[in-house]
Design a protein around this ligand. Structure first.
Ligand code: UDP
Ligand code: MG
Length: 322
């Protein structure tokens, strides 16, 4: 069993002046309880990341930090987006902690699940994902679009924990591995499963926002989904190639038909040559586009500079290197 960890709770906050005081109080109580029960070691902190908010979020964070030494605050110079805010928080937490838990500022995710996260961590899990057991509090629209998205990602060959949000625990080594991913365009939900390591899930019921409103309007949701697909999967371009091959094959069949019609003499002059060119050229162009796309896709993946392997254990001179 692992030692009691120094825990960092990372909270991205964008225009959360209404929710933050409630959330901070709840998290501080949780920290009290975790310290008292010796689940979290001294030095554990709550790291609030202000993602370039336009309201009084930073003032709230600064106030919390001044009043209680267990709070840490960082302010990003501009709105970098949810993923980047998380990344910033995790980067700052990494050298100081044994494990990190990321949670949204709106308390939609049940904080009590953290007890389960930490238990799984102490039993050896390096990645613990919170999984929503129900989505009743989400709107009909959000529920269905989210589900369709998860299904699509699966079809595109992306490994993802179904219904897991960005509420998760990462051990120091999992965090280190994740932070070694060189990509700028990132989608954490799809990247975390790539880490491997021992993984656990903890179920919880997702609640309503404690205050304020969603910081994910439809526009951000769509770009989030596109980001997820394009940053993890090269399959869409493969479908283009496939369509091209089908088109070219159809072109050949069309050619046969056109030639038969031509020699049986029942056509308008010029029809045969036009028909043949449309299908064959169209198909060939699509194939060419697909092939170019395939190469660009490879270049795109190369530029991410992802690590080629992630070490889990290293036995050396009969003992384990950290
Ligand atoms: N968030 C952020 N930057 C953004 C948008 C959102 O840091 O540009 C944070 C936000 O403060 C919250 C979390 O990301 O802590 C999730 O946002 P929200 O709860 O509004 O999303 P929803 O639950 O509606 O999908
Ligand atoms: Mg939310």
């Amino acid at each position: 069993m692992r030692d009691v960890p120094v825990l960092y709770i990372v909270v991205p906050c964008y225009n959360e002046e209404e929710a933050l005081p409630i959330t901070a109080k709840r998290l501080a109580e949780l920290m009290d309880d975790m310290s008292a029960r010796r689940i979290a070691a001294p030095g554990s902190r709550i790291l609030l990341v202000d993602d370039g908010s336009k309201d009084r979020t930073w003032e709230v964070i600064a106030g919390l930090c001044a009043a209680d030494g267990r709070f840490e605050g960082v302010k990003l110079a501009h709105n970098a987006g949810h993923m980047n805010a998380l990344w910033a928080g995790m980067t700052l937490a990494e050298p100081k902690c044994d494990c990190v838990i990321t949670i949204d500022a709106d308390l939609q995710d049940d904080v009590n699940a953290m007890y389960g996260f930490l238990e799984a961590y102490r039993n050896g899990a390096d990645v613990v994902s919170g999984v929503r057991s129900s989505r009743e509090t989400d709107t009909f629209f959000k529920r269905n679009t989210a589900q369709a998205f998860y299904r699509l990602m699966k079809r595109l060959g992306v490994e993802m924990v179904y219904n897991a949000a960005d509420y998760r625990l990462l051990s120091a080594r999992a965090l280190k591995a994740l932070l070694s991913f060189g990509e700028v365009n990132m989608f954490l939900r799809g990247m975390v499963p790539m880490l491997g390591f021992k993984t656990a899930t903890v179920e919880y019921a997702r609640g309503e926002r404690v205050a304020g409103e969603s910081k994910y309007p439809l526009k951000k949701m769509i770009s989030f989904a596109i980001e997820g697909i394009t940053s993890l999967s090269n399959k869409p371009i493969r479908y283009v190639t496939l369509a091209g091959v089908l088109c070219a094959l159809l072109g050949v069949a069309m050619g046969v038909y056109v030639l038969i019609s031509l020699f049986s003499g029942q056509i308008v002059a010029g029809w045969a040559s036009i028909m043949m060119s449309i299908w064959l050229l169209g198909g060939m162009q699509l194939v060419a586009l697909g092939l170019i796309g395939e190469d660009i896709g490879k270049i795109y993946m190369e530029t991410k500079r992802r690590p080629k392997f992630i070490l889990e254990r290293y036995l050396h001179d009969g003992k384990e290197e950290p």
